[in-house]
Each structure stands twice: as structure tokens, then as C-alpha cells.
Design a protein around this ligand. Structure first.
Ligand SMILES: Nc1ncnc2c1ncn2[C@@H]1O[C@H](COP(=O)(O)OP(=O)(O)OP(=O)(O)O)[C@@H](O)[C@H]1O
Ligand SMILES: N[C@@H](CCO)C(=O)O
Length: 326
């Protein structure tokens, strides 16, 4: 997260009176992350996270992912739970923004994900997909293939200032993705942003998933592709096949990928790389003045996209196409 919108102590103390979570003892802005404004609160009843939802989150979508967190937790997927205010609502408004309070989840996210972490996230992702099967709400993904060109339009004129040739590189890839994007793969509830900083571990044991504001209904294997990009590259930008194999095998033990999903995975991984390349590029070119935020590097995702363009088949991710079970 980050802090785009600040909150005065008196306003926060007053706001907390509408909840039954104790009196405010202290609070601080969380600099990590890039999407929303987040604060760590300590009250007389414990630790909580206050989120003020910013640009990419529509207020109407808040019930979707706040209900989703409750739905998943009921089915054994560990994730934070929203606090209800005295009116029984999980969302309200603070400092002119939609706001929610969730409980603090123990654990730390892995700064250098290892093979065990990749296995853990593969298993958790599949369990989330299975647990989401009977989730009744629907939210289309605004950042799927139809949303990429509008994002590119926001950055196109200045793309080459970030890297010469970037404009044409993205334009060509977008043409390909729009023409080839699959429409017949299994869909369901996806997290859509399950990066290492959204997965907490205690040692090598996964303790929970956070950060659901991008959750939506989309191609399930696209979520797997997002994770391949986010978890299986090394700091020197090389792709780690051992990590990919661990992630895919662990996923497949809970929810085996079909042959069609496996065949589509390299294309989905190109799309996943494009999605994060574009949001990072737009953010990089438009840092709000005075915001406490460290924009993420768009070029990291150019490199990942180039790698995914070179992938011929799922064998390049370390598994055989017969299915994902080890
Ligand atoms: N429920 C929670 N329990 C403990 N810490 C949390 C919780 N939610 C958020 N945090 C802390 O806040 C940081 C940022 O949160 P989060 O990833 O949800 O923000 P964001 O702005 O939506 O970020 P991004 O989308 O860039 O990952 C986390 O890395 C973690 O340190
Ligand atoms: N996880 C995203 C930021 C939040 O959308 C990224 O690393 O670009």
C-alpha cells in the first residue's frame, strides 16, 4: 500500500467510535504497496489495518471483495476479515474516501521467495479457486484484455521516455493478445494480484492471503499465470524452472489444470505480464505530488514479457503437459 490520503488523529479517533474495536492507541501510515492508502492501527482491542480506497477501486465493488474475504475464510482460506461498524456495515467513508477496517494478519511476506514459498502459493491459489466456486457475487475484471488498450492510451505518448522502442513493443504485443486471447477456458473467482507482498508466511508455512481489491471473475489459469510471473523470476531476471514446477505441481494437486488451460498458460502469462507492465507504466509516469509511494519498475515486466514471448509450451515451465499432479 501507500499513503495518498492522510488522516488526522482526531478524525480517526472519532471514526473509530462508529466501530466496536476499542479506542485508538496509535496509528501509522504503511509505505509499502502502491494502490490504496493504508494505516496500521493499534487499539485497546488489538491491531487492525485501515484502508482508504483510491483510484482503481470503485466504491460499488467494495462489497464484492469484502464479502469474498468472509466467504473464503468460512471455507478455510486464511485471509483478513472486515470489521463491521455499529450499523453492521463493512464499508464506510473517511477523509472523503471509501474506507474499511480489517484485522491484522500475522506473518511476513517473503522478500526472497524460495521453492517452498512457491509451492505454498500454488496450493493456496488453487484452494482459493475451489473455495470461490460457490461465491454468489460477480465482478468482471476491468484489467483484463479489454482494459489494456485504454491503459496503454494513457501512457503511449510518453512510453519511449521510459525505454526507447517501448511504444512499438507494447503496441505489437497488444495486437497479438487481443487477437489470440482465449474465451473458452474455465472461469471463477480470481485474486488477480497474488504477488509475494500479498502472501504472508510464518517460516515456510503460509499464514494467509491479503489485498483483495483486484479480485474478480476471470479465467482461473490467468491467476496462475500472474503468479508464475510474480514468483518464479530471480533478481537477475532469469526464470527459475524449479520454482515454476513447484508452484504448478502444488496448484495441480488441489485443482488439476485441463489440457486446454495448460496449453494456454504461456499466452496467459504474456497477458499477465502486459497487465502489470501497463499499470506500472501508467503509475510510473503519473506519481501524485506529495504521495508516500514508491512506484514499481515497469521495465521488470518488459523483461518478463519478453521471456514469456519465448515460451513455446508448458514444458518450459518445468512440467510435462499430461497434467499438473506430481
Ligand atoms: N491484514 C493485514 N495484516 C497485516 N498487514 C497487512 C494487512 N493488510 C495489509 N498489510 C500491510 O500493508 C502492506 C500493503 O498492503 P497491500 O498489499 O494490501 O496494499 P496495496 O496498496 O493494495 O498494495 P499492492 O496492491 O501494491 O500490493 C502489506 O505488505 C502489509 O505490510
Ligand atoms: N502487484 C502490483 C501492484 C498492485 O497492483 C505490481 O507489482 O505491479
Amino acid at each position: 500500500m501507500a499513503v495518498y490520503t492522510d488522516v488526522a488523529a482526531e478524525d480517526l479517533a472519532e471514526f473509530l467510535k462508529s466501530y466496536d474495536i476499542g479506542e485508538l492507541l496509535s496509528y501509522k501510515g504503511i509505505a509499502e504497496g502502491v494502490e490504496n492508502s493504508n494505516f496500521l492501527l493499534h487499539t485497546s482491542q488489538g491491531a487492525f489495518i485501515l484502508t482508504l480506497y483510491e483510484k482503481r477501486v470503485a466504491e460499488d465493488d467494495l462489497p464484492y471483495f469484502l464479502s469474498l474475504m468472509a466467504h473464503l475464510a468460512e471455507r478455510g482460506v486464511s485471509c483478513p476479515q472486515p470489521a463491521r461498524n455499529r450499523k453492521g456495515e463493512v464499508t464506510s467513508r473517511l477523509a472523503g474516501r471509501p474506507a474499511a477496517i480489517i484485522n491484522f494478519l500475522e506473518g511476513v511476506w517473503p522478500r526472497r521467495p524460495n521453492v517452498a514459498h512457491c509451492s505454498g502459493v500454488g496450493e493456496a491459489l488453487a484452494k482459493m479457486h475451489v473455495a470461490g466456486r460457490d461465491f454468489p457475487l460477480v465482478r468482471n475484471n476491468p484489467l483484463s484484455v479489454a482494459g489494456w488498450r485504454p491503459l496503454f492510451d494513457l501512457a503511449a505518448a510518453r512510453a519511449d521516455s521510459v525505454q526507447p522502442g517501448l511504444h512499438d513493443f507494447i503496441a505489437r504485443e497488444l495486437d497479438h493478445l487481443e487477437a489470440a486471447w482465449p474465451t473458452d477456458l474455465p472461469v471463477g473467482v480470481i485474486h488477480a494480484d497474488l504477488f509475494p507482498d500479498n502472501v504472508f508466511f510464518l517460516g515456510d508455512r503460509l499464514s494467509g492471503l491479503i489485498d483483495f481489491p483486484f479480485a474478480c471473475n476471470d479465467i482461473l489459469a490467468y491467476d496462475v499465470a500472474i503468479c508464475l510471473n510474480a514468483w518464479c523470476f530471480e533478481p537477475d531476471h532469469s526464470f527459475n524452472v524449479t520454482k515454476a514446477r513447484a508452484l504448478l505441481n502444488a496448484y495441480g494437486r488441489e485443482r488439476p489444470l485441463s489440457a486446454a488451460e495448460e496449453a494456454a498458460l504461456p499466452l496467459l502469462a504474456r497477458g499477465a505480464a502486459m497487465r502489470f507492465l501497463l499499470t506500472r507504466l501508467v503509475d510510473f509516469l503519473n506519481v501524485p505530488e506529495g504521495a508516500l509511494v514508491q512506484p514499481k519498475d515497469p521495465l521488470e515486466y518488459v523483461r518478463k514479457l519478453r521471456f514469456q514471448q519465448s515460451v513455446a509450451a508448458i514444458n518450459d515451465y518445468g512440467i510435462t503437459p499430461a497434467g499438473c499432479a506430481a
